[in-house]
Design a protein around this ligand. Structure first.
Ligand code: EPZ
Length: 417
């Protein structure tokens, strides 16, 4: 397992290209299962999770190729409608094969994705929705088997605006005759991006990005070519890092409107930000002001930036509160930041950060991809050398992160174990 050796404190300077969105690429790659025609997706980041998605499509019978950001797949022959445990275990987003497989082939079998470090992560909202569309759901030997002679359109009210369930139902409905309506849909930019790709395939979708999405399915869907949006979480990670490191950097390939409430929170912390087309300029606060955050569905503060924000707030001049409302166990980075000297108290879904801490380098361990990113931020701000272990977590969600940080002036290098 690789690790990073990071020497701090360091300053960042220069410009960085933000990669395409992992969380937009994954559903759009799985949407290619809805058609037997060639699909081409560009601006796809070179990440472990994308390779996992390609492995699943190849296992099912698609011919995939992926190089220099271009993912393409075509179909020759029979498609297997299942994903085995060792593939689903590696990447929970594999559940997104369900919608396309059900709509096109009337059946799908995949291993129930276990929980992960950040929570139990059930898929009941997905399964309830498929039942409402007329599918039968059964469980056998750790697999879930879903069957439907033909899916029916339905009006589906989500108990929670689940991103994955919204994507799964949109894909299923895109190839289901009639109008399916999702109430309390997720509103993340990745939802709108998937809708754009499905519309190119021939589906009629209205309201993506809002609470109510109406999907009129087509009898057959075409191949498509699509460029995915930028990765707003990678962008937010670099912006928070620059603010934590008293730095000024320019990001390009990112849109301000995708950053949601992060923008306002950074301004409140004393940062200066401005954007121009697909560029964002950030200049760090002289003194970091403590700012409370409470994570929630888009456009509220993203849970995927909560850990990075905690690293930032450990350097602020005063107390802040961080409430995690999406996942039940997403504070594991707190203990690791405390090893560097951060002063944090976790009480249920709230973490109280008592800044400013003068961080010092230490050996720390990543527990999920965003926690790993937060530890890299802490390590770059800390005095001395840190060893960030289990970097494979970070590799799942950040393309060439150490190269990008190194080119901005960070003293970071990967050691292969
Ligand atoms: C997506 O996961 C993202 N992953 C996650 O990013 C992100 O943290 C999450 O959305 C929230 O924004 C991808 O897009 C591949 P959810 P997803 O369904 O779809 C509960 C990262 O760091 N829930 O919106 O799995 C669930 O337990 C990853 O890139 C149910 O109870 O998220 C969680 O508490 C981490 N039943 C909450 O909803 C269900 O059927 C949000 O889950 C589904 C979800």
């Amino acid at each position: 397992m690789d690790s990073f050796i990071v020497k701090g404190p360091c300053r960042l300077k220069g410009r960085v290209k933000i990669s395409g969105s992992k969380n937009s690429s994954l559903p759009i790659i799985f949407a290619s299962l809805l058609t037997d025609e060639k699909c081409e997706i560009s601006n796809v980041p070179q990440l472990a999770d994308i390779n996992s998605a390609a492995a699943i499509l190849s296992y099912c019978g698609k011919k995939c190729s992926f190089f220099s950001g271009k993912f393409s797949c075509a179909e020759e022959g029979e498609i297997k409608t299942e994903a085995p445990y060792d593939m689903v275990r590696k990447m929970r987003a594999s559940v997104l094969i369900a919608g396309p497989m059900l709509a096109r082939f009337g059946r799908v079998k995949f291993a129930l994705p276990g929980g992960c470090a950040i929570g139990v992560r059930p898929i009941d909202i997905h399964l309830d929705a498929f039942s409402k569309m007329g599918a039968s759901v059964s469980f056998e030997g750790g697999n879930v088997i879903i069957k439907a002679s033909s899916l029916k359109p339905a009006r589906i009210n989500f108990k929670f605006p689940s991103v994955g369930a919204t994507e799964n139902v949109m894909m299923a409905a895109a190839l289901t005759k009639g109008e399916t309506v999702i109430y309390n849909a997720a509103r993340e930019p990745e939802i709108s991006d998937l809708a754009e790709a499905l519309i190119k395939m021939g589906a009629d979708i209205k309201g993506a990005g809002e609470e109510i999405i109406r999907i009129r399915g087509a009898s057959k869907l075409k191949g498509f070519s699509h460029e995915v949006i930028c990765d707003r979480i990678e962008a937010g990670t670099f912006i928070i890092a620059a603010c934590a490191l008293k730095s000024e950097i320019e990001l390009y390939g990112v849109r301000k409107e995708h950053l949601g409430s992060l923008w306002r929170k950074l301004i409140l912390s004393g940062a200066e930000l401005f954007s121009e087309k697909e560029k964002v300029f950030v200049s760090a606060p002289q003194k970091i002001k403590p700012v409370n955050i409470s994570t929630g569905p888009y456009p509220l503060f993203p849970t995927d930036l909560q850990a990075q924000w905690m690293a930032y707030m450990s350097l602020a001049e005063g107390k802040s509160r961080i409430s995690e409302n999406i996942f039940e166990n997403r504070f594991m980075h707190a203990a690791e930041l405390m090893r560097m000297g951060a002063k944090i108290e976790v009480k249920g879904k709230d973490a109280f950060v008592n800044g400013p801490a003068s961080l010092s380098g230490a050996p720390v361990m990543a527990s999920d991809l965003r926690a790993g990113a937060a530890l890299v931020i802490g390590a770059m701000a800390a005095k001395g050398q840190s060893l960030v272990k289990r970097v494979y977590h970070i590799d799942r969600g950040y393309e060439k992160i150490e190269e990008k940080l190194f080119s901005l002036g960070a003293d970071i290098k990967r050691i292969k174990e």
